[in-house]
Design a binder for this molecule. Structure first.
Ligand code: F6R
Length: 613
């Protein structure tokens, strides 16, 4: 989604803004722009395309200014083009504004402003906001901060904004509601950004703006925060733990590949300090105070979107098997618009890598309003979901920059496994022997992931054979059904090949009609409860001349005889197979996408953090 970066300080803003916009590229966007302020000279450059296109567009022109705002836009209202790109200006030309979010009541406001003589240039909802601030500033004769506050009081929707004013170059005003905004505080300089990635190389001291807060950043008076009701708020300064190196590619061609390869470490980090083999226990500090409520839960509701929803499906199998608590997994976007039944003795688990997904946030608010206890599983520390949930466990996977989620999925499944094991043990539904065996198996997973990653050359060879396919089918059963869904999602989102995931047995009820010699069918056929059944499903595909690429357990012979290709993964307990079997599917998708010339880190039309519904 849109990315915001802003600077006010002693240095030249332009290089900081461009570098910051590059850091935000991973969020997904289709146009970019900057506004620079020096004295009363306000310069705006913007264009459709990538940050590099913006740089070429600016090349050779003046970029002077110690105050500046920069933006990457992901189109919602109006197509991606030069005019709709941010920053936007009002009628006076004094203001420049960047915005992430959606102004829902832009139409009546626009009508009123047109009536008052304002002329609009773009199709965006954002332009309405800057005209409104401009109008209020002049009609009420108030400063920028007060005009922003009054304007936002009239606005319905979600926003993170930063505004600068040619008439007051010492001040920058930022505000948020339902869209994230972080303020970095350096030595005599300030930064604003949609997330901490553009800030971390300049300062570790940050303030996460809360909903309804307006920050006034003044070169001499520093940072002051008020809320929309004009009450003064004390900024809570936190120290960032993020390391700059975590935001670099570290020698890999793409962030996605780096993140796939990080999984051995990231799964270990998700378990660190939580899985104690010596004591034979799982400790999840973030939910400790709510453990009893969890143990007594009558039902668990798991909410998420996309890959996080797939992780939630694995969670369903885990909780039902280990803790014998009924589980329902819901798309957050559906849940929020139904009239769902939520009870006070339900536990809601909300899963989100970014912690900013608008639908998941709204679903949490709904469940919270109905009295449920909400536990978050988020990756981004300090994110909105992490803050609105009652308790939670971070996944500690480290920043995920590639738009396609990889290490976030395995980290989410790891945390869900720890939770389910802990609750199962405490409820007495998981026998001591089984609990210890699974703890040991889980502890061995990072090394086994490493072994799977060593198969990359073979996986690349297979990718080359199927790179020109138009369709692909992914089959799994039990714990690997969500993995089949995740494998299909990875392929379609980065290679644009149509792919579908199915429970293996469901194939007979429709998808089998698609199978012919041109159809690659990826099957997770590891040893375990459903092995023989999946082998029968493979036979059904073979009989229709489909091409089988099977993920099997090391040493398997039966599937080897049937399949066109097999990729072996180390043996593990059934409930832990998702953590290993998803890795070859991630690698296949990655290599196919690269071979097809796709932009794997920033697939078309996709955004990393979906902050609009
Ligand atoms: C797929 C992908 C998306 C996200 C989804 C939820 O690779 O990245 O499907 O999983 O947008 O995002 P989070 O987890 O940030 O809530």
């Amino acid at each position: 989604m849109c990315g915001i970066v802003a600077y006010l300080g002693e240095k030249q803003a332009y290089p900081i803004l461009i570098n910051g916009l590059r850091r935000l590229e991973y969020r997904g966007y289709d146009s970019a722009g900057v506004a620079l302020l020096e004295g009363d000279a306000l310069t705006i450059y913007k264009c459709q395309g990538k940050v590099s296109d913006l740089e070429s567009h600016i090349n050779g022109r003046s970029t002077v200014g110690t105050v500046g705002i920069g933006h990457t836009r992901w189109a919602t209202h109006g197509p991606p083009n030069d005019v709709n790109a941010h920053p936007h200006q009002g009628t006076s030309g004094d203001l420049a504004l960047i915005h992430n979010g959606i102004i829902e009541n832009y139409a009546p406001i626009k009508e009123e402003l047109v009536h008052r003589g304002h002329v609009f240039r773009s199709d965006t909802d954002t332009e309405v906001l800057v005209h409104l601030i401009d109008d209020i500033q002049r009609s009420e004769n108030v400063d920028l901060a007060e005009a922003v506050r009054l304007a936002l009081s009239n606005v319905v929707g979600a926003y993170a904004i930063v505004v600068i004013d040619r008439k007051d170059p010492e001040v920058m005003v930022a505000a948020r509601k339902s869209s994230p905004l972080v303020i970095g505080i350096g030595e005599g300089e300030f930064f604003c950004a949609s997330d901490a990635t553009p800030i971390v190389e300049h300062t570790k001291n940050v303030v996460y703006l809360e909903d309804g807060e307006i920050a006034v950043i003044d070169r001499t008076k520093g940072l002051k925060i008020r809320n929309i009701k004009n009450q003064v708020k004390t900024p809570f300064i936190q120290e960032l733990e993020m390391q700059l190196e975590a935001l670099e590619k570290g020698g890999y061609d793409h962030f996605m590949l780096k993140e796939i390869h990080e999984q051995s470490r990231s799964i270990r980090d998700s378990m660190r300090g939580r899985l104690n083999l010596g004591k034979g226990e799982v400790v999840l500090g973030g939910i400790k105070d709510y453990e009893q409520k969890f143990v007594n839960a009558k039902r668990i509701l798991i909410l998420g979107c996309g890959t996080s929803w797939h992780a939630g499906m694995v969670g369903e199998y885990l909780f039902e098997e280990f803790a014998r608590i009924p589980v329902e997994v819901e798309y957050a976007s559906e849940f929020r618009y139904r009239n769902p039944i939520v009870n006070e003795d339900d536990i809601v688990i909300a899963i989100s890598q970014s912690g900013e997904t608008a639908d998941t946030l709204a679903a949490i608010e709904l469940a919270k309003g109905r009295g449920a206890m909400i536990i978050g599983i988020c990756n981004v520390v300090g994110s909105s979901i992490a803050r609105v949930t009652h308790a939670g466990s971070y996944t500690h996977a480290g920043p995920e920059i590639g738009v396609a989620s990889t290490k976030a999925f395995t980290a989410q499944v790891t945390v869900l496994t720890l939770m389910a094991l802990m609750i199962g043990q405490k409820r007495g539904t998981l026998s001591g022997g089984n609990f210890y065996r699974l703890l040991n198996e889980l502890d061995a997973i990072p090394d086994k992931v490493q072994k799977v990653l060593q198969k990359e050359a073979q996986i690349k060879y297979i990718a080359d054979i199927y790179k020109d396919a138009s369709n692909a089918l992914y089959l799994g059963r039990g714990y690997t059904f969500p993995v089949a869904l995740e494998g299909a999602l990875k392929l379609k989102e980065i290679s644009y090949i149509h792919a579908e995931g199915y429970p293996a047995a469901e194939m007979k009820h429709g998808p089998i009609a698609l199978i012919d010699e041109a159809m690659p069918v990826f099957v997770i056929a590891t040893k375990g409860a459903s092995y023989e059944k999946v082998v029968s499903n493979i036979q059904e595909v073979k009989a229709r001349k489909g091409k089988i690429i099977a993920i099997v357990t090391e040493g398997d012979t039966m599937v080897k005889d049937l399949a066109d290709h097999v990729i072996e993964i180390p043996e593990t307990a059934d409930p832990l197979v998702p953590l290993l079997s998803v890795v070859p599917l991630q690698l296949i998708s990655y290599h196919i996408a690269v071979m097809r010339g796709c932009n794997v880190d920033q697939p078309r039309n996709l955004a990393k953090s979906v902050t609009v519904e």
